[in-house]
Design a protein around this ligand. Structure first.
Ligand SMILES: NC(=O)c1ccc[n+]([C@@H]2O[C@H](COP(=O)([O-])OP(=O)(O)OC[C@H]3O[C@@H](n4cnc5c(N)ncnc54)[C@H](OP(=O)(O)O)[C@@H]3O)[C@@H](O)[C@H]2O)c1
Length: 363
């Protein structure tokens, strides 16, 4: 009996140590007020996004809930207004799985909101599917949608400076990868839709978040806008909602025991948004309300630059597959024109004889 009791006590002790040392992490407390300031939080109808929006609203900020589901988001806005006593909490529709929706959101925002002090790229998905533009869901929503959104709003942030772009990545970025040829041809960072592929796609998209922030900081150097990426902790939210039932069951059991709640999960997001004096650390990655070093891949400036260039067409639409498609079409059209000319115009033979090498090289 006493052996059993000792074993149970040891288990409880181990659990408390694990929870408080490994999972719970350091909290953030800061009384800074945000009256007169405006913040956007993407994916703020639930999870860490909602907890973050509530905290910002309590500090007096005007908070834009940038979410895709109107019903859920209106309900969240109502909750946040009631709990914070701040009426400046509004919903604006944003579907990060549609580049058109991102552009529409940015246009509406730029036409109606005079300032933007904090942009929190929080929304995230883990699961199968594709975006409206044909990209893999995790890559499209977690990286590409936020990439375009940030670029379209930068002008307003520069006008409102000092301002901050905070992107919620994840510790899992460290096992992420970016396969550029695959991305160019398949519009995705993975080749399948299995549970494993979805998890890998999620990790890859989170590596994109860290690299995006790094490159953004380089581009914003010398301006009044700074940016940060972060891991919010292991949080009990609905992030795994579109994975298989058995994975969700496993996740729920483990989550109930070990994961932190969304309020606690918002602390590092708030730290990066509000902590004074971290401006010289623009572009860096945070966890547990502190700077964290990242692995070699996540601080590879050449990789970050390549990702940026692949995601961007002069700050506008972001469609790598489309560029490849256009180049292929152009080459094919040129080839067709040459063939038609060659066959239909009797003198063209003489004309092309000199350029025979060029003609065959297109073959
Ligand atoms: N939970 C964790 O342990 C953990 C760990 C590391 C990093 N993170 C990161 O933390 C962030 C927040 O996740 P969470 O854990 O709070 O998960 P969550 O509860 O599932 O929240 C995700 C949010 O993203 C929104 N969203 C999904 N697809 C969207 C789209 N196409 N357009 C606009 N919004 C969209 C969701 O809206 P709907 O509810 O309407 O779908 C929801 O509001 C994510 O970036 C996630 O990767 C989480």
């Amino acid at each position: 009996m006493s052996v059993l009791l000792c074993f149970a006590a040891a288990l409880v002790f181990l659990y408390v140590i694990l929870y408080y040392v490994v999972f719970r992490g350091t909290g953030f407390s800061n009384s800074v007020r945000l009256d007169g300031k405006t913040a956007i939080v993407t994916g703020s109808n639930t999870g860490t996004g909602k907890a973050t929006a509530l905290d910002l609203a309590k500090r007096g900020a005007r908070v834009i809930l940038a979410c895709h589901n109107r019903e859920k988001s209106e309900a969240a806005a109502f909750d946040i207004r009631r709990e914070s006593g701040n009426n400046q909490v509004v919903f604006m529709q944003l579907n990060l799985a549609s580049l058109k929706s991102v552009s529409n959101f940015a246009e509406t925002f730029m036409n109606t909101e005079p300032r933007l002090d904090i942009l929190i790229n929080n929304a995230g998905v883990l699961g199968p599917g594709h975006t409206e533009d044909g990209f893999g869901l995790a890559f499209g929503v977690n990286h590409l949608g936020h990439f375009l959104l940030t670029n379209l709003l930068l002008e307003r942030m520069q006008q409102s400076g000092p301002s901050r772009v905070v992107t919620v990545a994840a510790r899992l970025h460290c096992i992420g990868n970016i396969d550029f040829p695959h991305l160019a041809s398949k519009k995705d960072l993975v080749s399948g839709q299995s549970v494993w592929h979805n998890l890998q796609a999620y990790c890859n998209s989170k590596l994109c978040n860290v690299l995006f922030t790094r490159q953004l900081a380089n581009r914003l150097d010398g301006t009044s806008v700074t940016c940060y990426s972060l891991h919010p902790g292991v949080v009990y939210t609905k992030i795994g909602r579109s994975t298989s039932w058995w994975l969700q069951l496993l996740f729920t059991l483990f989550a109930k025991l070990f994961f932190i709640d969304p309020e606690r999960g918002s602390h590092t997001i708030l730290y990066c948004s509000l902590q004074e004096g971290i401006e010289p650390l623009s572009g860096r990655y945070f966890s547990d309300c502190a700077l964290q070093e990242v692995g070699a891949k996540a601080r590879d400036d050449a990789l970050a630059k390549k990702l940026w260039e692949g995601s961007d067409i002069e700050g506008g639409a972001c469609d790598i597959g489309f560029i490849i498609h256009c180049i292929k079409s152009l080459v094919k059209t040129m080839y067709d024109c040459i063939c038609v000319l060659y066959l239909s115009f009797p003198f063209s033979f003489l004309l092309f004889k000199k350029n025979k090498k060029f003609y065959f090289s297109i073959h």
